[in-house]
Ligand binder design. Structure first.
Ligand SMILES: [Zn+2]
Length: 250
């Protein structure tokens, strides 16, 4: 039935059609409504999915629109206290984030790193000693990166594929044993200098655009508070928080 027309209908409207037919099936199976009546209704709604319904159902159009994605990224961790506080808040809000870890912060904090991985966040490399990669020899640079990745992988069992180069300085010619993809940022919260949750929230909420990658540091109480408030505010505006790899690979 009406295959030709359905093919030309935008995806959100096709979803609406499928949803209606699904509802009809549920109603009939439960014996709540007359089966034939439901089928007829689905047909009618199907017919009505031409141009005229677009203006009459703005709500369903709103809901079906693609979500705006953004990524929260946290550098320099894990921190013995604030990383876990942040993880608690992220879990409550069902939000995934990205953590770029320093090799020198790994020892003794293995449980935190395991938790980051288990809860579905992305773990990246931030070098071992927070160095400017471009000021090192290739051998030194690779050692910084490989040692950090090795330590992370030993804990999570997962390869480390992404790096946030400290200071944003990346050497494109760098060739280590393992290929690393750099992930930079589009919004710098300057959280480490202000350490003021209100200012951090204000900056992000004012500047934010779809597909932004936000730079923060899970080393401060103010950052944890700000990050969770940012999530609450922007989720209410329809933003979805994803891991940073989702935004650079699109
Ligand atoms: Zn850093």
């Amino acid at each position: 039935m009406r295959k030709g027309r359905t093919a030309g209908i935008p995806a959100w409207k096709r979803g609406l059609l499928v949803g209606l037919v699904g509802l009809a099936a549920v109603g009939a199976a439960a014996g709540i409504r007359d089966r034939q009546e439901e089928r007829d209704r689905a047909m009618v709604m199907g017919d009505a999915s031409g141009e005229e319904t677009v203006s009459s159902s703005p709500d369903s159009q709103e809901e079906s629109r693609e979500t705006k994605k953004i990524a929260l990224t946290f550098d320099d961790g894990p921190h013995p206290r604030y990383t876990e506080e942040l993880l608690d808040g992220l879990a409550e809000r069902k939000v995934k984030a990205t953590f770029f870890l320093l090799g020198q912060n790994i020892e003794g904090r293995e449980d935190i790193i395991r938790r980051i991985a288990e809860e579905g966040h992305l773990i990246g490399n931030h070098t071992y000693y927070h160095v400017d990669i471009t000021r090192l020899t290739q051998r030194e640079a690779c050692q910084e990166i490989l040692e950090t990745s090795k330590k992370i992988t030993a804990i999570t069992g997962q390869p480390v594929e992404y790096i946030r180069p400290p200071f944003g300085n990346w050497d494109k010619e760098l060739e280590c044993e393992v290929m690393m993809l750099p992930i930079f940022w589009s919004v710098d919260t300057l959280d480490w200098t202000t350490r003021n949750a209100d200012q951090i929230v204000q900056k992000v909420v004012t500047d934010i655009e779809e597909n932004d990658i936000i730079l923060m540091h899970d080393s401060y109480d103010s950052t944890v508070k700000a990050a969770l408030r940012i999530i609450d505010l922007l989720q209410a505006e329809g933003y979805e928080f994803v891991t940073a790899d989702e935004l650079i690979l699109e």
